[in-house]
Each structure stands twice: as structure tokens, then as C-alpha cells.
Design a protein around this ligand. Structure first.
Ligand SMILES: *[C@@H]1O[C@H](CO)[C@@H](O)[C@H](O)[C@H]1NC(C)=O
Ligand SMILES: *[C@@H]1O[C@H](CO)[C@@H](O)[C@H](O)[C@H]1NC(C)=O
Ligand SMILES: *[C@@H]1O[C@H](CO)[C@@H](O)[C@H](O)[C@H]1NC(C)=O
Length: 294
């Protein structure tokens, strides 16, 4: 009798919509030294030629726990709008992304950035996704890696929306350590001119002259983990790369939230500074999707 009842229950469950979409680990062709893992979420209803959003977790996290984190809204966005999300998972101890070794700070240098680029290439192929709509987002270590990916694989990415990171190259390890912490940068003491920061980006992919992803940069004014000075340094970096002034072309106070300020530097760089917000700024799905054009 018990068996019969359980069977009925199982049948009812399946009849009520089948197996719902879930985060799935995927094997991908990976010629990088980094063995970062790839997870993918394909929603139940996918649009044809879907956009891809790559969501990069923070330290002490993973693809699975970031996916399940109620403050990380990208699963809901995917369910609502039918785009696919790719969730890379860090192979490093402490699970920070490697944004410190030359390997990861170079185009095809073999580090985590190359592994993630390989995931993007595979996802485009396997899910017939739209090459012109590949987006990257992440918080904290994932925000740092978003900057690094924009610098190392600009040809793959259309737009980036990053929360509470540091400029690309700011976490450099002079001894070449993988996923090292850099106190000078985290403390806000890595200061350079816009030209120098721009050179850091250009030197990660020498000779590249194609299009680059447009950058949306969020940071909190009371960030005690990655000092707020990193916000201005990141703005300096990307305004230089796009060859635009560090003076905003337009500003909006109390937007997109109260005590946040949005500064536009032409159409490719946008900064959002959150007064009174610490580490890290909570992701705003609507605002990031708008930046991506989703
Ligand atoms: C690895 O794969 C990428 C993408 O297909 C390719 O451009 C690159 O030359 C390959 N080899 C190395 C050593 O990076
Ligand atoms: C920390 O990063 C800065 C660049 O932001 C670099 O000049 C410095 O050498 C790095 N420190 C260490 C210990 O690697
Ligand atoms: C997120 O940003 C949108 C504008 O893009 C804004 O309308 C909304 O209030 C913000 N969300 C929250 C939770 O503040």
C-alpha cells in the first residue's frame, strides 16, 4: 500500500510539469591550465538564439552556492526572460578567482580567465547562443574577474556589470602566485594615472584593436574589504581604454536607488556609487539587465 501511494505521488509530480530546470555541471573543452568547473542553468523556456550571462561568484563561494544565494537574482532573470546563465566555479583554494597571476592576466595565458573564455565558447556552440549578446557579471572576487575578463577576452563579451571589484591588474602578484590576496590594492593604495591603468588593460591583450565590452561599475562608499578608492581607479581605467573624459557626461542623484549616484562617461562606461553601502553592493537585476539590453 505504501509503495502504491508513493508511486501515485511521483506520477502526480511528473504530470505537474515534469522536471524543472536546474543548475547542471557541464564538461567543456578546456585547454587552459586552470581547471575551473562549468555549471549552466537553462531555464524551462529558452528564447531562440538566447543571450548568455556569465555569473561569477565571490570568494568562499561556488557556482552551486552562488546560484542558491537568494541575493543573487540571475536565476530569476533567466526564468523570466529566457536567457541562459553560465556559472563558473573556481578551482582555487579559498575559491577566490585568480586575478593575480600573469597566467590569468593575459589573453590565452592559461589561467582562470582562459578557462572561463572556453566556457563561453562552448556555451555559444552547445546552446546556439547569440555571440553578440554575451554578458558578464559578478560580485567581489567575481567583480574583479569581470574586469579581468573584459581586459583579456574583449572579443567575446558585449557588456559587463560588476559589483564591488578592483581595476583589472590591481591584484597582481609580483611573485606570480595564483589567486593571491593583494593588500595594497584591497586597501585602496594602488593608485595610478588613467593612462597607466589603461595600459594595464591594453597589455593583457597586446595588439587587440577590436570592440570592447561596455562597463557598468558598482561600488559602496563604506566597503571595508575592497576600499572605495578602487571605484575611482576602475573608472579611470575604463574611461582611458575608451578614450573618454573622466568628467561625467551626465549624472543622476538617488538613482537607481536612494543614496546611489549614477555617472555616465559616454555610452560605454557607467559608474554607480552607493553611499553608505559596504561590501558588497547587492546585485540589482533590473539595472544590470538594462545595461545589458536584456
Ligand atoms: C586554446 O583554445 C583557444 C580557443 O579555441 C585558442 O585560441 C588557443 O590558441 C588554444 N591554445 C592555447 C595554448 O591557448
Ligand atoms: C599588489 O598590486 C600592485 C598593483 O596594484 C603591485 O604593484 C604590487 O606589486 C602587488 N603586491 C604584491 C605583494 O604582489
Ligand atoms: C534597481 O534599479 C532599478 C532601475 O534600473 C530601480 O527602478 C529599482 O528600484 C532598483 N532596485 C532596488 C531594489 O532598489
Amino acid at each position: 500500500m505504501v509503495t502504491f501511494t508513493s508511486l501515485l505521488g511521483a506520477t502526480a509530480l511528473l504530470a505537474g510539469g515534469g522536471l524543472a530546470a536546474q543548475l547542471t555541471r557541464v564538461d567543456y573543452p578546456n585547454n587552459a591550465t586552470s581547471k575551473a568547473q562549468m555549471y549552466v542553468y537553462v531555464p524551462d523556456r529558452v528564447v531562440t538564439n538566447p543571450p548568455l550571462v556569465v555569473v561569477l561568484h565571490s570568494c568562499q563561494s561556488s557556482a552551486q552556492s552562488y546560484f542558491q544565494n537568494s541575493k543573487i537574482p540571475w536565476r530569476q532573470g533567466s526564468d523570466r526572460k529566457g536567457y541562459i546563465t553560465v556559472w563558473p566555479s573556481s578551482p582555487n583554494s579559498g575559491t577566490c578567482w585568480d586575478v593575480s597571476s600573469r597566467r590569468s592576466l593575459s589573453h590565452n595565458g592559461g589561467g582562470d580567465s582562459q578557462a572561463i573564455a572556453n566556457m563561453i565558447l562552448y556555451a555559444l556552440d552547445r546552446y546556439k547562443a547569440d555571440r553578440s549578446r554575451v554578458y558578464v557579471t559578478g560580485g567581489s572576487s567575481g567583480g574583479m574577474m569581470s574586469n579581468v575578463l573584459a581586459a583579456t577576452y574583449p572579443e567575446l563579451i558585449s557588456a559587463v556589470s560588476l559589483y564591488s571589484g578592483v581595476p583589472a591588474g590591481c591584484f597582481l602578484s609580483s611573485s606570480g602566485q595564483v589567486a593571491a590576496w593583494n593588500n595594497t590594492c584591497s586597501g585602496g593604495q594602488s593608485r595610478a594615472s588613467a593612462e597607466q591603468w589603461g595600459n594595464v588593460v591594453r597589455n593583457m591583450y597586446p595588439g587587440y584593436t577590436g570592440p570592447r565590452p561596455k562597463m557598468q561599475i558598482w561600488h559602496g562608499s563604506t566597503d571595508g574589504t575592497l576600499a572605495p578608492a578602487n571605484y575611482q581607479e576602475t573608472i579611470k581605467q575604463w574611461t582611458n581604454v575608451f578614450g573618454v573624459s573622466q568628467t561625467p557626461t551626465s549624472s543622476l542623484k538617488n538613482y537607481p536607488e536612494r543614496n546611489y549616484q549614477t555617472d555616465n562617461y559616454g555610452e560605454f562606461v557607467q559608474g554607480i556609487y552607493a553611499t553608505g553601502v559596504g561590501h558588497s553592493v547587492p546585485a540589482n537585476l533590473t539595472a544590470s539587465e538594462q545595461w545589458f539590453g536584456l
